[in-house]
Design a protein around this ligand. Structure first.
Ligand SMILES: Nc1nc2c(ncn2[C@@H]2O[C@H](COP(=O)(O)OP(=O)(O)OP(=O)(O)O)[C@@H](O)[C@H]2O)c(=O)[nH]1
Ligand SMILES: [Mg+2]
Length: 296
């Protein structure tokens, strides 16, 4: 993150907490993808708390800012989006075109294959190339992929994948989806169909508790405020359990993580910082904040 260099030198160069200091910090945070609303809110909070706690140096203000950022992330943490022991965990990857859904499906399969037996479902039936793309990843990784022909029904692919997962003891099931820009109602209808399929499967399976269904939203971190708008649109339409933030290796600035947490109560669960399978990591809030503020 090159942007963190800017924040680091900002806190290093300034030596007084003047109005100009807070104005400049606000501009920097807007540049760093906080969004105007959260940038103003967090700077105001910092300003008020510096006064109250009699903090007068940028160094101490930076430490306080670290705590403010930490609180935003802590507020978005949830228990119910973790994998459930004893259940078949089903992850549906959602997001607009080109954000990295298919690559993320493969990366997650690679990560989980170290300790479990994941199964991939080629739920993007829109383009033939999308199915092939996932099948190739599966071959490379030695992970089974359930796929239908092009133009098939995503919900039907998922139903077959659920059966395959039960029969072969696969877990988790990771489903890719098509990345066209959904209108809200189309998205909701499509997901309702998948919900119905999962419910039907639960009934047939006779073990209602045994499926834990999670929807992850994939966002491209380099698109900044655009990614935030996507998150807003998706979470207005459906319940999102967590975010996978991709392309953190390039020009991404990272402030989106705080905007998602503070404004939409959406936790980032994984970060991708490259195209290779191993470039997906669990999101570590403490480490992320340290890097973002240029502590290291
Ligand atoms: N640098 C970088 N590139 C990435 C990352 N994740 C995905 N990509 C690249 O982004 C491009 C799109 O990735 P896909 O996984 O095909 O994205 P998608 O969301 O499935 O796209 P559609 O199926 O077309 O909607 C590919 O060239 C990936 O290699 C990342 O973390 N870093
Ligand atoms: Mg794809």
């Amino acid at each position: 993150m090159k942007f963190s260099e800017k924040l680091k030198s900002f806190f290093g160069i300034k030596n007084e907490l003047t109005d100009e200091f807070f104005d400049d910090l606000l501009d920097l945070l807007v540049e760093g993808d906080f969004g105007v609303s959260l940038a103003s809110q967090s700077v105001e909070e910092l300003q008020v708390r510096c006064k109250k706690e009699k903090i007068t140096t940028p160094e101490k203000a930076k430490e306080l800012f670290r705590m403010i950022l930490h609180a935003y992330i802590a507020n978005s943490v949830r228990e119910d989006n973790q994998f459930r022991d004893g259940a078949l965990n089903v992850i549906l990857l959602l997001g607009v075109n080109g954000v990295g859904k298919t690559t993320t499906a493969a990366k997650l399969a690679c990560l989980f294959s170290k300790e479990a037996k994941p199964l991939l479902a080629a739920g993007d039936t829109f383009r033939a190339a999308a199915i092939d793309q996932l099948v190739i990843h599966g071959e490379r990784l030695g992970v089974r992929v359930v796929a239908h022909k092009q133009h098939g029904d995503t919900a039907a692919v998922i139903y077959d994948a659920l059966e395959a997962a039960r029969a072969g003891n696969y877990n988790p099931l990771i489903a890719d989806t098509a990345g066209r820009m959904h209108t809200k109602s189309a998205l909701v209808e499509e997901l309702k169909k998948i919900d119905r399929v999962i419910e039907r499967f639960k009934t047939q399976d006779g073990s209602a508790k045994a499926i834990h269904y999670l929807k992850y939203l994939v966002l491209d971190a380099t698109t900044g405020s655009n990614a935030f708008v996507q998150a807003e649109t998706f979470s207005e339409a459906i319940r999102i359990d967590g975010v996978v933030l991709t392309k953190m290796d390039s020009s991404a600035k990272g402030g989106i993580v705080f905007a998602l947490a503070a404004k939409l109560c959406l936790p980032v669960l994984f970060i991708c910082d490259g195209e290779k399978y191993e470039n997906l990591k669990d999101f570590d809030a403490e480490k992320f904040i340290q890097t973002f503020l240029g502590f290291e």
